[in-house]
Ligand binder design. Structure first.
Ligand SMILES: Nc1ncnc2c1ncn2[C@@H]1O[C@H](COP(=O)(O)OP(=O)(O)OP(=O)(O)O)[C@@H](O)[C@H]1O
Ligand SMILES: [Mg+2]
Length: 270
């Protein structure tokens, strides 16, 4: 899960996709919070997540990942907090000293020991600057992972994000999330049409496209108990794995995705 800008919703989407896979699609999911500042584990473990050991400690000190797991959704979702800032700093110093390939290899080795158990591993990354792109690229290719790229919802921002992704990574993502769509965009016929065209344009390149509106139920924390979030989990499960209820997408996107488009996105192999 990555983006070329901070605050586009990587952590929120990481949490939503993980919960959707675990609760709606009954996949065994591992969510790794790889952002020591404010990553996705907070949506499940609360503020306490900041003080827990986790991913960077395993990368740095070694040891087994499964010792740092927090289990949710009847055992379907395992969450690993990002870990201590000291370990994150050491890891970053190591990258500076030994290089990117070394760092990526360490990630791949760490995951290899545990990956067999899971159907899906979601990794929430910090905002990627250009300097981080080589690391991302290495990690994605060494794990043979699918990349999910996020952008905020302006057409300019979407195009820019895709262009930077293609040029710097050398490949397009498997899925693209257009997040924080302003409700006014949905209400305005012109903006609405432009956004639909953009979605069609992206899906025509065989990229799964998720559209998430700006919802107060997602702002700052995720209101897991709300009907809206529950519908969104259904929608994500349908678009990604054809589980859950596709019709939910029409409601949560206020009709921006019609059933035909929802089915077309669900059909895209990834
Ligand atoms: N669809 C949405 N509706 C409402 N608020 C949202 C939505 N998506 C994200 N937010 C809010 O935007 C802020 C940034 O989201 P988030 O932390 O997920 O982004 P990020 O890309 O992980 O940021 P960072 O680059 O800092 O890691 C948070 O306050 C979050 O609650
Ligand atoms: Mg984040």
């Amino acid at each position: 899960m990555w983006g070329i800008k901070g605050g586009v919703g990587k952590s929120t989407t990481s949490a939503l996709i993980s919960a959707s896979a675990a609760a709606k699609a009954k996949r065994r999911v591992l969510l790794i919070d790889a952002d020591f500042r404010d990553g996705a584990s907070r949506f499940f473990l609360g503020e306490e997540a900041r003080n827990l050991k986790g991913w960077y400690d395993v990368l740095e000190v070694g040891g087994e990942l499964d010792k740092f797991i927090h289990t949710l959704y009847n055992g379907y979702l395992h969450v690993i907090p990002s870990g201590t800032i000291e370990s994150a700093i050491k890891y970053s110093a190591e990258i500076a000293e030994h290089g990117i390939e070394y760092a990526a290899k360490k990630v791949a080795e760490t995951l290899f020991t545990i990956s067999e158990y899971y159907d899906l591993i979601v990794m929430d990354t910090p905002a990627a600057s250009f300097a981080d792109i080589p690391i991302l690229k290495c990690v994605i290719s060494s794990l043979d992972a699918k990349s999910v790229l996020l952008s905020q919802a302006s057409i300019v921002e979407i195009e820019r994000t895709l262009k930077v992704a293609e040029v710097t990574m050398g490949f397009l993502p498997k899925a693209f999330v257009i997040n924080q769509v302003n409700p006014r965009t949905i209400a305005d016929p012109n903006e609405r049409r432009m956004l639909i065209n953009e979605v069609l344009n992206i899906t025509s390149r065989k990229i799964k496209t998720l559209v998430i509106l700006f919802m107060t139920r997602l702002y700052r924390r995720i209101d897991w108990g709300s009907l809206e979030v529950n519908m969104l989990l259904d929608c994500i499960a349908y678009l990604l794995w054809k589980k859950g209820r596709g019709q939910a997408c029409m409601t949560v996107t206020r009709g921006l995705l019609d059933m035909e488009l929802v089915k077309a996105i669900a059909e895209i192999e990834w």
